[in-house]
Design a protein around this ligand. Structure first.
Ligand code: AMP
Length: 279
């Protein structure tokens, strides 16, 4: 695997490589696990060259403690990337290397960035859009891979790419879970064993919702789910929203697509998960 610490070196390598070859891109913040590796595998299966980036982007953190505690495991990350034959890693030597050519922009995100993570983590999606736009401009991939674990992020990036007319196919990849059902996350490394067991309530609650929803009012089910989460966690929200618009709903209609979203804290660690809802 080739490792580049500056965007100039990466760009000159990609310019030499990419004539008539397709490039797939997987942006990450490191502390890699099987969820990230599934994105690398998807890119390897679809494209000629897979580029991964590892960059803990300061502009998307709205809590300094979260940024400071974010796990960093570069040596293990490089080994994992090599184990799945990732071709290129962009490991910027500083935030300035990523941001040096930034041109400010603004786009219409509407309700997509006003609900859930947009409401509870003010400024988070502005930071995500800034960094993803810059990374896409540096790598110029044909396809970019994002996990549906961060479903709202995926929707916001798809919207950004559409609005800016960027020529990249944004691909959403399934959520990878531990055998227990817990969604894999870099932040799981911050949980004690006891807290990891408590965290199982998140997926259990999502599954129960998925199994019990029917057409019509869902407020009671949402309240029941919140009460259940409160036994082991501090829930921030449990929301059912339309999959396309992310508009939260309290009534479900036939033939519409929905997802249920949970954010809950355990021992100060903020965990996020979601599931498709069928009616
Ligand atoms: P992060 O390093 O947390 O910024 O995540 C980088 C990418 O990996 C994002 O597109 C995430 O949605 C994706 N990702 C993280 N965890 C998972 C998971 N458990 N399953 C699938 N994709 C994931």
């Amino acid at each position: 695997m080739k490792v580049f610490s500056t965007q100039d070196e990466l760009k000159s390598f990609l310019q030499r490589f990419s004539t008539n070859k397709s490039v797939g891109f997987v942006p990450t913040m490191g502390a890699l696990h099987a969820g990230h590796l599934s994105l690398i595998r998807a890119s390897k299966a679809d494209t000629d060259l897979t580029v991964c980036s590892i960059f803990v982007n300061p502009t998307q953190f709205n809590e300094s403690a979260d940024f400071e505690n974010y796990p960093i495991t570069i040596d293990a990350d490089i080994e994992l990337l090599e184990s799945v034959s990732c071709d290129v890693l962009y490991l910027p030597n500083s935030p300035e290397d990523v941001y040096k050519n930034e041109v400010p922009f603004s786009i219409e995100t509407g309700v997509l960035s006003e609900v859930m993570e947009g409401k509870n983590r003010l400024g988070h999606f502005d930071g995500v859009m800034r960094v993803v736009k810059l990374l896409l401009e540096i790598v110029e991939p044909d396809k970019a891979y994002f996990g549906l674990k961060d479903f709202q992020q995926y929707a916001i990036i798809k919207n950004m790419v559409d609005k800016l007319g960027m020529k990249v196919d944004v691909v959403g990849c399934p959520i990878i879970r531990e055998e227990s059902g817990l969604a894999m996350s870099s932040r799981n490394a911050l949980l004690s064993n006891t807290d990891k067991k408590k965290a199982l309530i998140i997926y259990q609650t999502l599954k129960e919702l998925q199994n019990s929803v029917e057409v019509g009012e869902v407020s009671d089910l949402i309240n029941k789910g919140l009460e259940q989460l409160k036994q082991y966690t501090e829930p921030e929200y449990l929301t059912i929203a339309e999959s396309d618009t992310l508009q939260p709903v309290s009534r479900l209609e036939q033939e519409k697509k929905y997802r249920a979203f949970i954010v809950a804290r355990i021992g100060g660690v903020r965990l996020i998960d979601n599931i498709e809802i069928f009616v």
